[in-house]
Design a protein around this ligand. Structure first.
Ligand SMILES: [Zn+2]
Length: 137
């Protein structure tokens, strides 16, 4: 049994739970897409902001985008992340349009807004995935 502190794992509910469960089951981030007009909704929500339709499906993302924003943590309030500092929490603007939050894998030095990145989901359990961000290969 590991003595390393474990990272906090949120327990999503409702549509966010569906979003995480699909990603955990498939290993691919799926975006909620409106069945009425095709607009993406993220974070997942009941009604489309463009046409107000409640209908949707989850479609797989290509996992690629650009670095929209970041913040670098030099201290961690969660003991489970203490070994990772400094780390960068990143908003990725996916090529499909929506922005998702993730953590950059490795040293964040040299990162610049607009850098091309790719994401990977890592299931923490069947109800939650962590999004990792790397430079695009
Ligand atoms: Zn719509």
């Amino acid at each position: 049994m590991s003595t390393q502190p474990q990272k906090f794992v949120p327990q999503p509910e409702g549509l966010p739970l569906e979003f995480h469960q699909i990603a955990a089951r498939t290993g691919t981030l799926h975006l909620q897409q409106c069945s009425g007009c095709g607009a993406f909704r993220h974070p997942p929500r009941v009604y489309c902001a463009s046409c107000f339709s409640p209908k949707y499906e989850f479609v797989p993302s290509a996992h690629r985008g650009s670095l929209y924003s970041l913040t670098i943590s030099h201290r961690s309030y969660d003991p489970g992340w203490a070994e990772e500092v400094p780390y960068a929490a990143i908003a990725v603007e996916l090529d499909e349009g929506p922005r998702v939050l993730g953590v950059f894998r490795g040293s964040p030095s040299g990162l610049e807004l607009g850098d091309r990145v790719q994401i990977e989901v890592e299931a923490q359990n069947e109800d939650f995935v962590l999004v990792w961000v790397d430079r695009e290969v």
